[in-house]
Design a protein around this ligand. Structure first.
Ligand SMILES: *[C@@H]1O[C@H](CO)[C@@H](O)[C@H](O)[C@H]1NC(C)=O
Ligand SMILES: *[C@@H]1O[C@H](CO)[C@@H](O)[C@H](O)[C@H]1NC(C)=O
Ligand SMILES: *[C@@H]1O[C@H](CO)[C@@H](O)[C@H](O)[C@H]1NC(C)=O
Ligand SMILES: *[C@@H]1O[C@H](CO)[C@@H](O)[C@H](O)[C@H]1NC(C)=O
Length: 215
């Protein structure tokens, strides 16, 4: 009787037991797999994020670039030109000097100067005080400049005389060098030198600047 009773509902109970046991085991395994998947995806996402961040840091932020140092367009406040027989010029203007800093940090530079030349002969100079071009910005330095060509070497004098007579265009150059440090994230520093090399064409007939090109 006892046996029969046991036989009667043991299988059911066993079956029931087995079923729920297997189901719950499957559920647990499924949940574990999902959790593992989530972790894996999370870790991969984190690694990708770190790599992207690192690449951005190295390729963009830590890319130290030389600031651009140049003269932009200006107008003369005074200009006089000589003749072929007595070649000379005297020019006065406010020189718009620009230091364009594209770095992700400021560029601090020491005192320097820009020299203006005609056919290799210096005709003027402006002195640049030490300063700073901020993070991703252009520092504007406006300096009074006076350029005078007098007592030129003979060949240069002849060239100037011919230019004044014929083309009525004279070409001046400006050169300079700024030496300074770029600081990124307040601690990464690198010395950078930016060189100016500009060519200015001046129309001596109209007494105005025709163009400025910097390389
Ligand atoms: C312009 O320059 C000439 C020659 O350098 C000078 O004699 C004259 O006084 C200047 N004019 C002005 C308004 O500065
Ligand atoms: C002009 O600046 C350079 C550095 O860029 C310096 O070596 C030179 O002595 C300066 N010249 C004058 C006359 O200040
Ligand atoms: C530049 O020249 C102007 C007059 O043309 C004068 O008012 C100004 O003070 C000068 N600036 C410097 C820095 O010498
Ligand atoms: C300045 O630029 C001109 C071309 O615009 C070039 O011929 C000359 O060699 C350059 N000078 C320096 C010192 O780089």
């Amino acid at each position: 009787m006892a046996d029969k009773n046991q036989n009667q509902y043991h299988p059911a109970e066993v079956n029931g037991y087995h079923r729920s046991d297997r189901e719950s085991l499957e559920d647990v395994e499924e949940a574990r797999r999902k959790k593992k998947m989530k972790w894996t995806i999370g870790i991969i996402a984190f690694v990708i994020f770190q790599v992207v961040q690192g690449l951005f840091f190295v390729l963009v932020i830590m890319k130290f670039k030389s600031p651009k140092f140049r003269v932009t367009e200006f107008e003369f406040t005074n200009s006089t030109f000589g003749t072929q027989a007595s070649p000379s010029f005297a020019l006065a203007f406010v020189a718009p000097i620009r230091v364009k800093n594209t770095n992700w940090g400021p560029f601090k530079y020491g005192a320097s100067n820009v020299t203006f030349t005609y056919q290799g002969t210096q005709v003027g100079r402006v002195d640049i005080p030490k300063g700073k071009a901020n993070f991703k910005s252009t520092k504007k330095i406006n300096l009074n400049a006076t350029l005078t060509a007098a007592n030129l070497p003979n060949t240069v004098s002849t060239t100037l005389g011919n230019a004044l007579q014929n083309s009525q265009v004279i070409t001046l150059n400006s050169q300079g060098e700024l030496k300074g440090k770029v600081t990124v994230m307040f601690m990464f520093k690198k010395t950078k030198i930016s060189k100016m090399n500009c060519t200015m064409a001046i129309d001596t007939g109209k007494k105005e600047l025709q163009s400025v090109r910097c390389s």
